[in-house]
Design a protein around this ligand. Sequence first.
Ligand SMILES: NC(=O)c1ccc[n+]([C@@H]2O[C@H](COP(=O)([O-])OP(=O)(O)OC[C@H]3O[C@@H](n4cnc5c(N)ncnc54)[C@H](OP(=O)(O)O)[C@@H]3O)[C@@H](O)[C@H]2O)c1
Length: 224
Amino acid sequence: MKIGIVGGTGGMGEGFALRWSQKHDIIVGSREVQKAKEAAEQYSKLAKEAYGSAMSGSISGDDNFALAKDVDVLILSIPYEYITDTCAKMSGQIRDDCVVVSPIVPMARTDAGFVYIPLEQGKKNAGEMVGEGLQPRSRVVSAFHTISEVKLKNVGQSLDADTFICGDDQGAVSKLNTLVSEISGLRPVYLGPLALSYQAEILTPMLLNAAKRNKMKHPGVKLT
Ligand SMILES: NC(=O)c1ccc[n+]([C@@H]2O[C@H](COP(=O)([O-])OP(=O)(O)OC[C@H]3O[C@@H](n4cnc5c(N)ncnc54)[C@H](OP(=O)(O)O)[C@@H]3O)[C@@H](O)[C@H]2O)c1
């Protein structure tokens, strides 16, 4: 599969690239093509060290908008604040059969602790914003909100966690389920349509508050 990561130079982008490059062709995206190529080179070195001859995929780098035109799966790995602007520049340029994935968490730090922006400020949840920005909405799936980049980047570590998945189209959800299941120790748990994405997104500020106050390192979520 060809997987493009918009904002792939961030911590989550590195984790996705390292985990999926064992089998898939990854294109790391950035607003600056040179930055994308440098990140891709660095990730590629790490992936080759980790997988050796068991690696059948690849990692390359490109401009966010160039890569978005021809991928099977597009991960929008950017901060919440830039969804509208980034989607506006990409809208209409993505392949019809491309599945778009939002791991985006609208979160802010306040005196009380981490808070969920849509609840505090009456704004929309991230999954639905991506659905509006990169229509048709049915192609958009949200996931990975409670996965720490530190654990994701450590390819030798089993995540031993669940990730909640929201999406309106079962075909798109099923494509992402396959990719999620390829990450060691990660189980996809379907939550419902994109309208419920807030239920997954809001778990992240909760986890960070719990982690900070109870001195826990990168906790995740697992249904038992
Ligand atoms: N970090 C975590 O542990 C974690 C866990 C779960 C979910 N998430 C969510 O996953 C997403 C990615 O997380 P992250 O920590 O990797 O994010 P990040 O490092 O803050 O940002 C990722 C990339 O976004 C790009 N970016 C920055 N400003 C931008 C702008 N104005 N327009 C377009 N792109 C811009 C940057 O790439 P270039 O400068 O190269 O363009 C940056 O490397 C976030 O929405 C976050 O909420 C994060």
